[in-house]
Design a protein around this ligand. Structure first.
Ligand code: GAR
Length: 201
């Protein structure tokens, strides 16, 4: 039986798309059975729909803040028999209470080489703005396990990407996605799915 994966999203969902496209090839040991967004208007929800994957929306507003939000999230994940969670552009922080339920079973993609430009406040374009304003010549992406420390869990995969003269945050973001994120996230997902299968055997 393939490992049941939930992908948590908040925005455009290009990383979700990379995961969908990698199913049956790079991702051989798992199957995306659920997409959850904390943003009702996220385009990622359209991508899930087009791929025929069940999708749910769970917001903090609707569930009365962090605790209610996480309780609902846990319920939806349990109901769907989810064994592994991929944060793919998921812009909410999860508490220790939540992450302890899924030890070494939640992974996140971050658009820099951790430990640079990571932690609270470093998300999306802000990460690339920070890299450019610092003046680093190399950046990249990191896939890591998720614990209660933002971007603090054990690193699984990393890939470097060169910064070019005249880069804007948007241009750099796209290059990091194309050259690192969309490649690493499916690879790391497969590694974790395979490990979970071995643990079950
Ligand atoms: C991606 O670059 C992802 O690495 C980043 O947000 C973008 C989401 O794009 N995630 C973070 O910054 C998390 N701290 P997507 O919705 O097109 O996948």
């Amino acid at each position: 039986m393939k490992t049941k994966i939930a992908v948590l999203v908040s925005g455009g969902g290009t990383n979700l798309q990379a995961l969908i496209d990698a199913q049956g090839s790079v991702i051989a040991s798992g199957k995306i059975t659920l997409v959850v967004s904390n943003q009702p208007g996220a385009y990622a929800l359209e991508r899930a729909k087009k791929a025929g994957i069940a999708a749910a929306v769970v917001t903090k507003k609707e569930w009365g803040g962090q605790k209610g939000f996480e309780e609902k999230l846990k319920q939806v994940l349990k109901e769907n028999g989810i064994e592994m969670i991929v944060l793919a552009g998921f812009m909410a922080i999860l508490s220790k209470d939540f992450t302890d339920e899924y030890p070494q079973r939640i992974i996140n993609i971050h658009p820099s080489l951790i430990p640079s430009f990571c932690g609270e406040g470093f998300y999306g374009l802000h990460v690339h703005e920070a890299a450019l304003s610092y003046g680093v010549k190399v950046t990249g992406a990191t896939v890591h396990y998720v614990n209660e420390i933002p971007d603090g869990g054990k690193i699984i995969l990393q890939k470097a990407v060169e910064i070019q003269e005249g880069d804007t945050p948007e241009v750099l973001q796209r290059r990091v996605m194309e050259q690192a994120e969309w490649i690493l996230l499916p690879q790391a997902t497969e590694l974790v799915c395979r490990r979970i299968q071995e643990e079950k055997a």
